[in-house]
Design a protein around this ligand. Sequence first.
Ligand code: HEM
Length: 437
Amino acid sequence: MKEKSLPPGNLGLPIIGETISFLNDSDFASKRHQKYGSVFKTRIFGRPTIFVSGADAVRFVLTHENKYFASTWPKSTRTLLGPASLSVNTGEFHTSRRKIMFQAFQPRALASYIPTIERITDDYLAKWETMETFQWYPELRNYTFDIASSLFVGIENGSQTRLGELFEDWCAGLFSLPLPFPWTAFGKALRCRDGLLEEIETIIKQRQQQDNFGNDALGILLTATDEKGNKLSLEELKDQILLLLFAGHETLTSALASFCLFTVQYPQVSTEIKKEIERLQIGTSVTLEELKQMEYLEQVLKEVLRFVPPVGGGFREAVVDCELEGYLIPKGWIVQYQIRRTHRDTTVYNEPQQFDPSRFNNNRAEDKQKTFAYVPFGGGLRECLGKEFARLEMRIFASRLVKDYQWNLIPNQDLSMTATPTPHPRDGLKVNFHRLK
Ligand code: HEM
């Protein structure tokens, strides 16, 4: 049999490889895919890495979890998430932990979250109305963090507590070179991890003193047991709560910022959403059923996540030698499946560079042409655990915002996207904000 060759590409310098370009250039993957095709090799975070894009390649990676691939993250991310984090667990242990954590995202739990999301949304909308002119991205970050901290650990105004403060520096080190010095992003983030775990431990211990652990994510994790009847240890609980607080707000902030940007750039989209709200007579308090009926809003939010996916791709490690599109993927190499690039595939999407929600209406349904062509939440055994929670929060935020408010972009700001910690306009999206007359 003919020996397979490695994909084209450049491994760059020893150890460091092309990490600096990867971290600083949001078009890193696109440029190389253009040059080398849908599969290329590079070296990032000290490991030889193969980037793959397109529905077929993504399907290959996501449907062979545990057979050819195991989840992995760059060392900085793994260390900062912690050894017990669901994102770092693999194999049967991962499946068992996922079952436990999924209880916090079942339909009954989601329905119980609606009043809190509505209340916090209304408070922020009223605050922004009084502020009038502001940078929206940091505000949205506080908003999503307040919702996550209230719903997952019962802390109100979490963004204004030490927890919120520590998260900023912790996030800044997630994708960095793992050099643990006091002055590096990673070193600072490591200290923040200690601080965050202390805060979370205090919250857990206070909750353990109560007769009723409550129905939020922490309450569920405190009572949950695995197949053998064992409860989660304090150390594990801390890492899982840290993961939920992180995953529960960074990605959503990016998605909401993109929604705010596109609806002002494409005013017709806001008009159509408003018409839908009026037609369905959506009131001040919504149900899951009513949100499901908002089909146009759903198309808009789907297009937001296609156009600027908050997570650009996911990392795996090849556990055996395997072959993809005629190339060898050697055991021990890292594979990154590309979400951003897959969403711009011209063989699936008509004019993918255009923001066009109608591509998702029932007649066109472009994403249905191929499985794994639309993967903002990943797929397979590790599909986003908070997918339905994210969709819920996005729909509540978007419908309340568009129904009663309008906003304009402040001129002369940089609207180009930066990728860290998640994609958002470089100048933080500066707006004038008013209640509709
Ligand atoms: C995993 C995207 C919101 C919790 C993932 C993955 C993606 C993703 C792409 C898979 C990564 C991989 O394949 O390695 C998003 C996007 C969101 C969002 C785009 C918002 C628009 C949330 C929220 C939560 C959450 C709100 C929790 C409250 C998780 C967890 C995992 C995950 C725990 C790991 C699952 C596992 O490894 O089994 N997310 N996410 N995500 N997400 Fe999300």
